[in-house]
Design a protein around this ligand. Structure first.
Ligand code: UTP
Length: 291
């Protein structure tokens, strides 16, 4: 089986970014000048994904407009002789085959994923969370997970090691295989959502990239609300572990938690320092304020 479809859940409330997210979808917040969700769609496309389903809600039309053709803007850019800009906005509309479905109530990530059942059918599929931006110029994080799936034909969770003080922010996995320097793929024994430091079984945190088998839908259908009274994907994965093997893949790439204000600012600074059009100016400015 090949992974050809991806889900991007984007129906969360974005409370950590209020008031910006009162009317603007969190996923449209820009990293320099590119909406975060565009970076996620680009990663999926570069990983070989052919169809993407974005889970939205009534407040998220801006996302749909972003990936659609905007004839009026294109025509105005053409009249103003701005061919590069015209091509840029048309390329976004043609980047991938993007579909949408609404989650009517924010009942949790697990519930958002269950809204994609009809889209996915019986195939394995990918999930990318917009809160995690991963930069890897050579091989996108999702592509690394898909290759691990090709080898194991089983669900793969993207993980990276986090500081002990941060384990309570993530789903943390306990692996069956012990740590080895040359290994990146571990069979999972258990997974816990946001454990405190003393309860955490490891420092391997699940970071917004998954390849899952369609078995998860059956489990999500019966999943009771967990932490924060939300239907948690982590709880459903814990049940999946009783039925079939699930693996963790330690992907390489620099990851930014842009759901967090400081992570968002770090991403903006790093991306800007990598951009030919502003890096020199920003570098000089940073030097000046640090003095
Ligand atoms: P988060 O809890 O990190 O996102 O959910 P949030 O709810 O938007 O942000 P805060 O915590 O209120 O600031 C992780 C991912 O799951 C999606 C979110 O859009 C985000 O991509 N999600 C969450 C849904 O699609 N539906 C939900 O009911 C909950």
């Amino acid at each position: 089986m090949k992974v050809k479809k991806a889900i991007i859940p984007a129906a969360g409330l974005g409370t950590r970014f209020l008031p910006a997210t009162k009317s603007l979808p969190k996923e449209m917040l820009p990293i320099v000048d590119i909406p975060a969700i565009q970076l996620i769609v680009e990663e999926a496309a570069r990983s070989g994904i052919e169809e993407i389903l974005i889970i939205t809600n009534s407040n998220k039309q801006a996302i749909e407009n972003h990936f659609d053709i905007n004839y009026e803007l294109e025509s105005r850019l053409r009249d103003a002789n701005k061919q590069a800009e015209e091509k840029m906005i048309r390329d976004i509309a043609e980047m991938s085959n993007v579909l949408y479905i609404r989650q009517k109530e924010p009942k949790g990530l697990g519930h958002a994923i269950s809204c994609a059942k009809a889209f996915v059918g019986n195939e394995p599929f990918a999930v990318l969370l917009g809160d995690d931006i991963v930069v890897n110029e050579t091989k996108p994080a999702l592509k690394q997970l898909i290759e691990a799936f090709d080898e194991k034909q089983a669900s793969i969770l993207g993980v990276q090691r986090v500081a002990k003080k941060d384990v309570s922010k993530y789903g943390i996995v306990k692996t069956i295989d012990s740590y080895s320097k040359n290994n990146k793929l571990y069979e999972i024994d258990n997974i816990v959502e946001k454990p405190n430091q003393t309860e955490a079984p490891s420092d391997l945190a699940v970071l917004g990239r998954y390849v899952l088998t369609a078995e998860i839908f059956e489990i999500l259908e019966h999943q009771k609300p967990g932490k924060n009274n939300e239907i948690q994907l982590t709880d459903a994965i814990a049940t999946l572990l009783n039925k079939e093997a699930v693996y963790a893949y330690e992907f390489s790439g620099k990851r930014y938690d842009i759901g967090d204000k400081f992570g968002y600012l770090k991403a903006n600074i790093d991306f800007a320092l990598n951009r030919d059009d502003i890096q020199v100016q920003l570098y000089e400015y940073l030097k000046e304020i640090i003095k």
